[in-house]
Structure formats: C-alpha cells, structure tokens
Design a protein around this ligand. Structure first.
Ligand code: AMP
Ligand code: FE
Ligand code: FE
Ligand code: ZN
Length: 285
C-alpha cells in the first residue's frame, strides 16, 4: 500500500487541476492520495470524481495557514473535516482574503525593481486559487527574472527579503480546536522544517496536543534529521498518529508523489477519527 497524504492542486499553489493530480497519483503507483490545498476545499468534488473514475483512494484534506506568536508561519493539515463548518470557514476565508492583499503589496514592492505586474501574477493562478508566493514566483519566471520557483524562493521571495510581507493567519492552537470541532483530524505539517526558517518551541507542541492535535507529519523532506527524532519521541510519548508525505506541488517543486509515505495502520487511525466528511474508494488497508 502506497499512501501519500499531502499534495496540492491549482486550487492553491500546485500546478495541476485536482483531476490531473489524482491521475498523476495513480500513475505514480499510489493506492491513496490526500488532496490538501492551502486554505480551501473547492477541489474536493473534482478530485473525488476523478478518484472514483480511476479507482484510487482519496482522503479529502486541507492545509491551514497558521501563525504562531508574532509571525512564525506554520501549517496544519486537516483531514476529513466538514467543509461547511462555519467557524473553520470563517478563519480560512479570512486567511485567503488576507493573502490577496498581501500578494498585491508584495507585487507592488517587487515591481519597483523587477518587471512584474499584478496581471502577470493573475495569469499564473487559476480563478479563485488561494494566492501565495508560488504564484508570484511563477510571474518572476514568466518575466525571465528567475528560472524556477526554487530560485525565486532562494532570492526575491525569501522571508528575509525586503519584499516579504506577512498576512493574517489563525493561531495554530485555535486551528486545532476548529478542525476537531468540524470532525476533522489535525496533523501538524512539516513541524521541524528548519531549512525554511524558525520552528515552533516545544511548549507550542504541548499546547497543540492539549488542544486536540492528533498527528505529526514526520517523513517530509523539509524536516531536519534531529527534528524527526524529536517528533518521533513526541509521538511515542503522546500516542500521536505519524504520517509521511510528499507535499507534491506538480512542477512547482521538486517533491515527487510517493517520495514519503504513510503506514496503512496510521491511515486507519485517521479514517476512524475523521467524522466530518467521507473518504473515497479506499480499499482494504
Ligand atoms: P506563502 O504561504 O504564500 O508565504 O508561500 C509559502 C508556500 O510556498 C508554501 O506553501 C510552499 O509550498 C511554497 N514554497 C516554499 N518554499 C518553496 C520553494 N523553495 N520552492 C517552491 N515553493 C516553495
Ligand atoms: Fe504550498
Ligand atoms: Fe506546508
Ligand atoms: Zn503543503
């Protein structure tokens, strides 16, 4: 069983439609894939139809933008929550809206030095997509400033750059509570991605666990080696679900589908705990 529980479509910052992503997952030999676009679930229907047609398992999910403390960006995966839950919707809608204003401001600043425009960014994103730096990166590629997203993130778009602007996002402890209240399964995404920047303090993990966090994503290319050890012992101490995933973004990132996978027993626990929506076409684990 090959199970990959973290992948993006062009509903956020992936480069494939939800149906194409599901097709790519089947072609990569996966048995189960989760669609986890940033801050929205509008790809679920298309992905579910594709999964039924192709005969691959689908776990509906989402990756919630969160902000810990004053400005530390962290991501919380949610599986199988009720996509119509109003309290959760209110928060993700606020984040998506804040992302638009923030992207506009970043484009204004970048346009002082590089030949990009808001329209060019618009051309890089599907209508209604959750806007992020990856779309600005694609505009920089289209303008010939950089050769790919990786180069854009290493230069113009790093969080240390003078063009960087933050945006509103929910506190991760509150996000955990909202996901649980919506019948979802909260799993902390790439919690020890130390190469991306600062990570949260151990006390924040404890608070998130107290709030109802159910799992941690350990096998993810951005987690440091020492960070994985920390997460492993945290998971053992607290009986957390442990996942491994690719964080696939189509051609937007080097991450390949199935490069990290999740044990069937762990998916079983997610399916048992998630009561807000239904998985699609998952056979015997
Ligand atoms: P944002 O949430 O708009 O600040 O942008 C962060 C998003 O950019 C994350 O969801 C990542 O998927 C993506 N990202 C971060 N680093 C890179 C990178 N080096 N190359 C491509 N995409 C990246
Ligand atoms: Fe992303
Ligand atoms: Fe993430
Ligand atoms: Zn992701």
């Amino acid at each position: 069983m090959l199970i990959d529980l973290h992948a993006h479509s062009n509903v956020s910052d992936g480069t494939e439609t939800p149906a194409q992503l599901v097709g790519a997952a089947a072609a990569a030999g996966l048995d189960v894939v989760a669609l986890t676009d940033h801050d929205q679930t509008s790809g679920w229907g298309e992905a579910a139809a594709a999964a039924r047609r192709i005969g691959i398992g689908l776990v509906p999910g989402m990756e919630i933008s969160c902000k810990a403390g004053r400005g530390l960006s962290v991501h919380l995966l949610s599986y199988l929550h009720d996509p119509t839950n109003e309290d959760l919707l209110e928060e993700i809608n606020k984040a998506r809206d804040a992302r638009i204003h923030r992207a506009r401001r970043m484009v204004e600043l970048i346009a002082e030095d590089y030949p990009i425009t808001w329209d060019l960014v618009g051309e890089q994103s599907a209508p209604g997509a959750t806007l992020g730096r990856p779309h600005i990166a694609d505009a920089l590629v289209a303008a010939g400033v950089v050769s790919d997203r990786s180069e854009a993130f290493a230069t113009v778009l790093t969080s240390h750059s003078r063009y960087y602007v933050g945006h509103y996002a929910v506190d991760p402890i509150r996000a955990v509570e909202l996901v649980r209240a919506a019948g979802g399964v909260p799993v902390f995404a790439h919690p020890m991605a130390e190469m991306r920047g600062r990570v949260v303090a151990p006390a924040v993990f404890d608070d998130m666990i107290d709030a109802g966090l159910l799992g941690v994503e350990i096998a993810h290319r951005d987690n440091s080696v020492s960070g994985r050890e920390f997460l492993g012992s945290l998971a053992r101490r607290h009986g957390l679900i442990v996942t491994g995933s690719s964080d696939y973004h189509g051609v937007g990132k080097p991450n390949r589908l199935g490069e990290n996978t999740t044990e069937p027993a762990m998916l079983e626990r997610i399916l048992e705990a998630g009561t807000g929506s239904a998985p699609v076409a998952i056979g015997n684990l």
